[in-house]
Ligand binder design. Structure first.
Ligand code: MG
Ligand code: MG
Length: 251
């Protein structure tokens, strides 16, 4: 069931989104060779709590940390730990914030130092595809109108699109209806109405799109161990159009 949000609810989610923007702003300069993913996780948790939010993923189905941090061939749901970043790594952060009973959800992929041109393109493609998808929105659009555009944007770069994990509605729960796939057909899926809030989150693979979960029960990696990128924003649709609740200058 899709729950539409009032202006007041969307404002709270925008406030949660503002916390996420600040998290990425503060984490950014720390992402350097030598830092551990745990160090980054601690920064994220400190910023969220300082600003009055709660880390949404900590304790979610037993996830032990604030941020999902996935490196190189890891796609999503990586657990922060003692791993140190190296020059040339690709790091993806996925972070959720809860504020006054509502959630915002956002992910970014960044290069650690200098990376290959292919990795730069892999990172850029995830972001570009989200905004390409949104360009397909007009009043009366369906989710599939966005999905098809996201898919076309990624495949035009020759990259793969993860199928097992998709975007989602968001509000009082971190995952709500409808599902928001990064592939699909225009004219299909739920109708986009004012008050709909969704997290759009393309996951892009350099090689084949098949993924598997490691023995830790969380970390999702590409089956061919080629690298992957991830980008996510929380988007609210309104009478006037849409608002990106988690996009910012560090986007
Ligand atoms: Mg997320
Ligand atoms: Mg999400």
């Amino acid at each position: 069931m899709i729950s539409l949000k009032s202006k007041r609810e969307i404002q709270i989610m925008a406030d949660a989104g503002a916390i996420l923007k600040e998290v990425f702003r503060e984490v950014g300069p720390a992402v350097k060779p030598g830092i551990t993913t745990d160090d980054i996780d601690r920064i994220a948790e400190r910023v969220i709590r300082k600003l009055g939010g709660e880390p949404a993923f900590k304790g979610y189905r037993g996830f032990p940390k604030t941020a999902c941090i996935s490196v190189n061939e890891e796609v999503v749901h990586g657990i922060p730990g003692s791993r140190r970043l190296h020059e040339g790594d690709l790091i993806s952060f996925d972070i959720g914030v809860k504020l006054k009973g509502y959630f915002a959800d956002s992910a970014r992929s960044w290069a650690v130092g200098k990376v290959s041109q292919t990795v730069e393109r892999l990172i850029a493609t995830a972001k570009e595809s989200l905004f390409e998808g949104l360009k397909g929105y007009q009043p009366g659009s369906r989710i599939g109108d966005l999905s098809e555009r996201i898919q076309r944007s990624i495949e035009s770069q020759g990259f793969g699109i993860v199928r097992e994990y998709v975007g989602h509605g968001i509000g009082r729960a971190i995952h709500e209806d409808p599902q928001v796939p990064n592939f699909g057909k225009a004219g299909h899926g739920a109708k986009i109405q004012p008050g709909l809030v969704i997290a759009i989150e393309p996951m892009v693979t350099e090689g084949h799109h098949a993924v598997e979960t490691l023995a830790d029960g969380w970390t999702v990696v590409t089956r061919d161990r080629k690298w992957a990128s991830h980008y996510e924003d929380t988007i609210a649709f309104t009478e006037e159009g849409f608002m990106n609740l988690t996009g910012g200058e560090n986007a």
